[in-house]
Design a protein around this ligand. Structure first.
Ligand SMILES: CC(C)(COP(=O)(O)OP(=O)(O)OC[C@H]1O[C@@H](n2cnc3c(N)ncnc32)[C@H](O)[C@@H]1OP(=O)(O)O)[C@@H](O)C(=O)NCCC(=O)NCCS
Length: 240
């Protein structure tokens, strides 16, 4: 385990931090003190104590990680929010520093890089009661076809592989599901490298986003999308 502050500031590539979203009450209280009023209000709207704690731990970790790059206190960092909800650093602070956050169940991932737009996604591979219906609702025709052609034993992992890759793409692009989940194709078969295959809203855009595999835990699927090919990916674990 290394602390974000240990990492050399000048290294090119992407740093991906993994953290568990479970901690004792004293830790959660200490992390709350790092958040701003808007974050505390959002935490307060979470339906359960566990979900509130997870939100607090993820946002505090984001601030702690970014503080090591920015050389400023976690609680002093200010965020802006893009048109479709993508958070970024406000003003001139950390010009060129990009990040993205994802949480699912008990884990979160935070990706940070300089001058490269990023999208990260992690998905807990929960039991699904109606995978075919969910796939038809959220995946493209091509993806549904690939999923249904796989042996049944491979479909659960392929479903979440596809889901996390699609989420990573829409989070990198920043326009979220406004793009239309069926309007682009990613790879999902076990023998295919992560790749964005087609973007029907603008065919040339498929070449703009590179997908990278992440493997944070056997019970989770995860992916990173970035605006540059051949990036070195460094993975770290941090305490909540
Ligand atoms: C944000 C969004 C893009 C992803 O949400 P999600 O996968 O449910 O949740 P994640 O934990 O991975 O991501 C949420 C985080 O991404 C960041 N985020 C929010 N909006 C974002 C956007 N438009 N682009 C990039 N990142 C965004 C935020 O940091 C947010 O966490 P925070 O609010 O605690 O800071 C969501 O708006 C969305 O579009 N969900 C689609 C759900 C769906 O049907 N997916 C099917 C995929 S096949």
């Amino acid at each position: 385990m290394r602390d974000p502050g240990d990492r050399a500031q000048s290294e090119a590539g992407v740093d991906v931090y993994r953290l568990a979203l479970v901690a004792d009450a004293a830790t959660v209280r200490a992390r709350e003190a790092m958040l701003d009023a808007a974050e505390l209000a959002r935490a307060g709207r979470r339906p359960t104590a566990a979900k509130r704690a997870a939100f607090v731990l993820a946002r505090a970790a984001l601030r702690r990680v970014l503080s090591a790059y920015l050389g400023m206190a976690p609680q002093s960092i200010e965020f802006s929010i893009g048109e479709h909800g993508k958070p970024a650093l406000a003003g001139a602070a950390g010009a060129g520093l990009r990040f993205n956050l994802s949480h699912s169940h008990e884990l979160a991932l935070i990706a940070v890089a300089r001058d490269v737009e990023l999208g990260v996604d992690i998905e807990y591979m929960r039991e699904l009661v109606d995978m075919p219906r969910l796939a038809r609702r959220s995946f493209s025709e091509h993806e549904v076809g690939v999923l249904e052609a796989l042996p049944p034993a491979q479909r659960h992992a392929a479903f979440f592989r596809c889901w996390s890759r699609k989420e990573a793409v829409i989070k990198a692009n920043g326009r979220g599901i406004s793009l239309g989940l069926g309007a682009f194709d990613v790879t999902l078969a076990p023998d295919e490298a992560p790749r964005l295959l087609a973007t029907r809203w603008a065919p040339d855009e498929a070449a703009d986003w590179q997908l990278y595999p992440l493997d944070p835990h056997p019970d989770y699927a995860a992916a990173l999308a970035a605006g540059v090919a051949g990036l070195a990916i460094r993975t770290w674990s941090i305490e909540p």
